[in-house]
Write a protein that binds this ligand. Sequence first.
Ligand code: RP5
Length: 158
Amino acid sequence: MPRVGILMGSANDYESTMKAAEDILAKLDIETDVRVISAHRTPDRLVRFLAEAEGNGIEVVICGAGMSAHLAGVTAAHTTLPVLGVPIDSSPLQGLDALLSTVQMPGGIPVATFGVGKSGAKNAGLFAAAILAGRDPEVRKRLEQFREEQSAKVPERP
Ligand code: RP5
């Protein structure tokens, strides 16, 4: 059963950015539900997804969007699940617009915002795993193992 929802504003956000969140969660053996849902273009789809998310076992929602990125903020308005925002560099402003839209939430509705682009998506996936690890010792073990493997891959000398 999927435990993490990965939403993106456009199908164009998948290969460029959000697949990195899906990939790292797959590596940690955490099932995801990956959807194209736009806060502007498919608002009803977003409301429907969020109304059912918790009942369907979703514990964390990752939202990636570019340009005037409202997806994470609107998602957070509709759920008390933790919402992790990934700004995407799909505009002439190279993601600065999405970063500011995602990070600068008015007090009361939080979005945990990550770095712009692929590394932000990967870290959002790892952070989602860290949230789950707080209540799931198996996920904690896999996260610790990932860290160990990552350290082992770093050469001592160039
Ligand atoms: C945002 O607008 C999407 O997240 C995407 O990054 C950007 C452009 O969307 P497309 O016109 O490429 O579908 O809503």
